[in-house]
Design a protein around this ligand. Structure first.
Ligand code: NAP
Length: 395
């Protein structure tokens, strides 16, 4: 027998869950239960009805400042032109910093960007009676790939199963299901597709059971595996920057930036960092917040590598590679109020635009890496934050 819970549950309203009045009613209930004044939370502009599928127990919206950084010239295969990038953050100096890198990139002819890989993964684990039957599963998967693909793709119009890669561990087999997910983030899509394939596998093979998430896929988890790609898009942005523009915009030299890069790799190695970056999480989070992306995917999307080289003529070559970038222009939260508007700013709203968004994100991240390196290399880092980024409580 369970004892009765002594604290009240959050009220539910069955079919009225997403009515405007329900939202206000629940908000008033929270105000009474907590003593907080939620006038700002309840004053949001996202219609309650449009929150269906994105949130449960809605009481309103939270608000964040959003700024714009640009111009950013991107020379990608999907994003080709100048962009003004929305960044939602409360970290003073962040927008100014990205803006500086963007203006510099634009001044030198833009960031060249390419997508190397575009897929999403989910990795269920199957259990077998013995090592021998686990081992026999790999050829079974290969022989039955077409049937697996048919089963998985029967649940989605846009998801495409690209491959299944088994990894035997004792009497378990981890299977990497690799999909193309179109313009969607794709987790709901591929979870459903994979579950259909797994059910068929348990029925037809020697597999006894399966767990849908083995942990191997690195969805929303920091891991070295995310550096190998496959969780989202692998995107590289690069630019050659003449020394005179490094001096003018970053107040330092290509060699000083290269030295800084080299000396900070040791700290990163000692920390056991996944990849090497200055501050990918800043730009990614701010862009994800503005554009309605699943912000928890910043955890895998930060896996990447920034590189600074000095060219034979003494200029700087800078690149940033994001190995597991998860972005979407369809599904999830991308159509909610401000998210839709921010995606429109980038010309990235709706079908056919996920790769374009990924290229803009990569160029944005490169801009941030350049500006960060410049601030450290020139010794201006503290001064910049003192000027833009302090918010001491008023006495
Ligand atoms: P979704 O909002 O659940 O579904 C989007 C759907 O849009 C797709 O499944 C697809 O339907 C359809 N679609 C229309 N045009 C498309 C196009 N051009 N490209 C691709 N799809 C198109 O979104 P989702 O991307 O599958 O899932 C994202 C959400 O899953 C995020 O909000 C995230 O927070 C959440 N999530 C779920 C899990 C999980 O384990 N379930 C884990 C992490 C995150 P069809 O498939 O019918 O073609």
């Amino acid at each position: 027998m369970h004892e009765r819970l002594s604290h009240p549950l959050v009220p539910r309203f069955a079919s009225r869950e997403y009515d405007t009045e329900t939202l206000s009613e629940r908000c008033r209930w929270v105000e009474q239960a907590t003593g907080a004044n939620l006038s700002m939370v309840s004053a949001g502009t996202i219609l309650a009805e449009s929150m269906r599928g994105n949130i449960e127990n809605p009481i309103g919206t939270v608000q964040m400042p959003v700024g714009v950084a640009g111009p950013l010239l991107v020379r990608g295969e999907h994003a080709d032109g100048v962009f003004y990038v929305p960044l939602a953050t409360t970290e003073g100096a962040l927008v100014r910093s990205y803006e500086r890198g963007m203006v510099l990139l634009t001044r030198v002819g833009g960031a060249e960007v390419r997508i190397e890989r575009d897929e999403n993964q989910i990795c269920p684990v199957f259990q077998f009676e013995s090592v021998a039957s686990a081992s026999a599963f790999s050829p079974f998967l290969a022989e039955n790939f077409e049937e697996l693909r048919r089963r998985a793709e029967s649940t989605t119009n846009h998801g495409k199963l690209l491959a299944v890669d088994p990894l035997v561990v004792g009497r378990d087999v981890e299977v990497v299901f690799r999909y193309h997910t179109g313009d969607a983030h794709g987790m709901n899509m591929i979870v459903k597709a994979t579950d259909a394939a797994c059910r068929w596998l348990v029925e037809k093979s020697a597999a006894l059971s399966y767990v849908l998430f083995s942990g191997l896929s690195s969805e929303k988890r920091p891991s070295a595996r995310a550096l190998l790609g496959g969780k989202g898009k692998k995107v590289s942005a690069g630019a050659e920057i003449p020394a005179k523009w490094v001096r003018l915009y970053l107040h330092t030299t290509p060699q000083a930036i290269r030295d800084l890069w080299q000396r900070t790799t040791i700290g990163n190695i000692m920390a056991g960092a996944v990849g090497y970056s200055g501050h990918y999480a800043n730009g990614l989070t701010a862009l994800f917040m503005a554009c309605g992306q699943d912000v928890a995917n910043v955890v895998n999307s930060v896996a990447g590598l920034t590189n600074f080289e000095v060219t034979p003529v003494g200029d700087l070559y800078a690149s940033a590679t994001l190995c597991s970038l998860v972005v979407a222009t369809v599904g999830g939260g991308v159509d909610l109020g401000t998210s839709r508007e921010c995606l429109e700013m980038l010309g990235c709203r709706g079908s056919g635009n996920a790769r374009k968004l990924a290229e803009i994100v990569a160029a944005t991240i490169l801009a941030g890496e350049l500006s960060f390196a410049g601030a450290l290399g020139s010794g201006e880092f503290v001064a910049a934050h003192e000027e833009y980024g302090r918010n001491r409580p008023q006495a």
